[in-house]
Design a binder for this molecule. Sequence first.
Ligand SMILES: NC(=O)c1ccc[n+]([C@@H]2O[C@H](COP(=O)([O-])OP(=O)(O)OC[C@H]3O[C@@H](n4cnc5c(N)ncnc54)[C@H](OP(=O)(O)O)[C@@H]3O)[C@@H](O)[C@H]2O)c1
Length: 353
Amino acid sequence: MNSKFNIGIIGAGMIGDVHLEKIRQDGRGRVTWIASRTEDTLSRKLKKYNVPNGSTDYRDMLDDTTLNAVVIAAPPFLHPEMLQDALQSGKHVLLEKPMVANPEQLDRIVRLAGEYKDLMILECSCRHARLQPKFNAVRDMIRDGVLGEIYHIHHNHLMRSTFIEYNPAGTWAHRKELAGGGPFMDWGVYDLSFHLGILDDIPGLSSVQAFTRSGLKHYRIPGFYSDIEEHGAAYMNFDTGLTYYYERGSGVPFETGNETRIYGTLGGLRISYCSWDAPEMTLFLTDENRAGMTERRVVQEAADHDDNLALTTHFLDCLEGISEPAMTVSLAAKHLRILFQILGQTSHSSKKS
Ligand SMILES: NC(=O)c1ccc[n+]([C@@H]2O[C@H](COP(=O)([O-])OP(=O)(O)OC[C@H]3O[C@@H](n4cnc5c(N)ncnc54)[C@H](OP(=O)(O)O)[C@@H]3O)[C@@H](O)[C@H]2O)c1
């Protein structure tokens, strides 16, 4: 297949590699530039992937007028500046999650996106959420009224491991200032993308009560420290009457699977929404005719779904103009504002309720 788009990757770490590989797999894009902070990573990746151009200053790729789009895959605190430079150079953007590391950066990025409406920005928190088959299956079931009116969501997922065990290069992910937070930033963007998306993005937050805790995990890595939250829970009220109990943790001395329970007036649904979790969901029916019945539904396509390829395919579809971004900056910002409130951070110096 002839490549239609020249794409540059800003940030050649763990996920930068994945983006590069998936762009090649899709075939409609060609990675012509890589930027990394250090010469060491840059030269290794240029050689490994045989990419023609590279720089330790991402601005060099933005001067290339043959480049159509960039993927911003550096740590979150760098995203606003990179996005601004990319948009000013007329590039479309695939923007990694979380978009920013604090509420002030969020305000800036929302303003920026509004100023460049002619350029396409796809934010990546649709990856494990809206672009995978379980999302459509649940949203359609709710739209069809199978569960009645959804009045409560309960979600919990606790893990003992943290980002640094997953990506040893990712020390930045343990610094609040660089990453924005811990599991509520890393995972929360997917959780809210899924749970509010299945309700057609209608609920707006009214209030949050939350706790977060850090200092639970004892690391044995010389020179390493972590100041992010490791465990927390929030009880949220939404303007539609929905309530949502939400618990997350990475680095807690406890493990529970990723489980969402959706409570409706005609039935309930239990699901583990990630694509690597089991493809089936359990439906508990309470309406008059089927009261007390349970039903297992299998989302067939979920079993061998590739979230990262789906993201790349969607990005290229958006570049071709045959799709609209499944996650916009403004929608991702709605989710991040909730997460910042859970973490006790707002841009207006108000405290956690
Ligand atoms: N890892 C994943 O599976 C994953 C999945 C989904 C989303 N994400 C998101 O993707 C982004 C990047 O994550 P990652 O895991 O790929 O990170 P990573 O492996 O640590 O790679 C970070 C990249 O950014 C560069 N960089 C530039 N300035 C940096 C700085 N001040 N500190 C650290 N690195 C800097 C690094 O350059 P050098 O190597 O030259 O220092 C490297 O190329 C984050 O927003 C993350 O949340 C990651």
